[in-house]
Design a protein around this ligand. Structure first.
Ligand code: ZN
Length: 411
């Protein structure tokens, strides 16, 4: 049986490693805490009958064999690193839930046809080397030598950190990277990190896709001047132009009704930045995400067009620096179908939703069919000590995960 109490106990026990005074968790990748957490999770993997190893990229992997010696494995993954002062559910429920699935099979004496692997990916959050999804990037082969040279705040490179962790980063290419077709399917369970399931009164949701983020910086330039002597009609106030553009980001996103598109301006820099100076230059970030790549790109274009109009009207100059544009990823329609059918059998009535946050799953989708399950979390809060999900909800998500794993592991 899927055990809610075992899941809860393990989440609590793992949450003690790197616990912060206000009940949060700071467990960055390849740290002493990460080592301790991997050791603990390894014990649980072994109890579930898995062989355990850490690959040269720092991914902790547990594996049980299937009846077939040649079949590709069904892989369940997530992460056990955290952001600084994050919560104890983000990532961990996917790994602990994956182990529960394998333990459940062992207890029920079910021998799958395919091998099953549970992976805790290295540095999903990017809170140590500021470049996340490292373990999954290594697995799909898109990491570069540059990733190993990035330094943490203490000046330790990722290469050095891997070596201190007892690993050989020179073996990543040959031992970690897998090819398309090496995996039968990839499944990940994660807390929603948003408020939708809670609002719908649903414990578990089926993810249909992962939104693709785009980040750009917009720079508006006018002319700085004296706040007392420059008449209103003669100003070229960069902040007023920026303000109008920022409101237009909201307006454009809201005009796409009933879509998951979201636009955010989270950082604004005003120069010269004095309370008695008319702002001469403003640079601000714009983060736009959607599951539909063409709609997202259209919205980016609309924001740019509006920014040009606003700046022309106000006699300002505007420029755009695109930082990243990552494509959204769709979950495998056939996995979504299996999830739908299994959740109906469980009488679960799972809503379908998209993930606004990034996950290892969006990368592993390059190798195989990918599916994700979301578990309701309190007030949609995440990356925060207040993060919370009910054990019964996690158990229901794990039950669904287990059914989908079994579906793919038996064929
Ligand atoms: Zn996560």
């Amino acid at each position: 049986m899927i055990s809610a109490s075992r899941l809860q106990e393990r989440i609590e026990t793992l949450g003690k490693i790197g616990q912060t005074p206000d009940g949060g968790v700071t467990r960055v990748a390849l740290s002493k805490e990460d080592q301790e957490a991997q050791a603990l999770v390894s014990v649980w993997m072994e109890q579930a009958g898995m062989r355990v190893y850490v690959d040269p990229a720092g991914n902790l992997i547990g594996r049980i064999d299937g009846k077939s010696k040649t079949a590709e494995p069904v892989v369940i993954g997530s992460h056990i690193d955290s952001v600084i002062n994050g919560g104890k559910f983000d990532g961990t429920i996917g790994v602990i839930g994956g182990i529960e699935v394998v333990q459940h099979l062992k207890e029920e004496a079910v021998e799958p046809l395919r091998p099953i692997e549970v992976v805790a990916f290295c540095e999903e959050e990017g809170s140590r080397f500021q470049s996340g999804l490292f373990g999954s990037r290594a697995m799909i082969g898109t990491f570069s030598e540059q990733d190993l040279l990035i330094k943490d705040k203490q000046g330790i490179t990722r290469r050095e950190a891997l070596i201190r962790f007892g690993l050989d980063p020179d073996k990543i290419k040959e031992e970690v990277t897998r090819s398309k077709g090496d995996l039968a399917a990839y499944l990940e369970m994660h807390i929603e990190q948003g408020p939708i399931l809670e609002k719908m009164g649903a414990p578990v949701g089926i993810v249909t896709g992962i939104a693709g983020p785009s980040w750009m910086e917009i720079v508006v330039e006018g002319k700085a001047g004296h706040a007392g002597t420059l008449p209103m009609g003669l100003r070229k106030d960069a902040l007023l132009g920026a303000g109008e553009i920022i409101l237009s980001v909201e307006e454009i996103c809201l005009s796409h009704k009933d879509t998951p598109i979201v636009g955010t301006v989270g950082h604004v820099e005003v120069l010269p930045g004095g309370s008695n100076i008319v702002p001469g230059r403003v640079a601000f970030s714009v983060d736009i995400r959607d599951i539909d790549v063409s709609r997202r790109n259209d919205v980016i274009d609309q924001v740019k067009t509006r920014a040009r109009e606003i700046c022309e009207k106000r006699g300002l100059r505007v420029s755009f620096n695109e930082r990243i544009r990552i494509n959204p990823v769709q979950c495998s329609p056939s996995i979504v179908d299996v999830m739908r059918a299994q959740s109906r059998e469980m009488n679960l009535g799972c809503p379908e939703l998209v993930s606004g946050a990034g996950h290892d799953a969006q990368l592993i989708a390059a190798l195989t069919d990918m599916g994700m399950i979301f578990v309701r979390c309190k007030d949609g809060v995440s990356h925060n000590p207040e993060e919370f999900a009910e054990a019964v909800d996690i158990a229901l998500g794990t039950e669904l995960l287990s059914r989908v794993v079994l579906h793919y592991a038996m064929q």
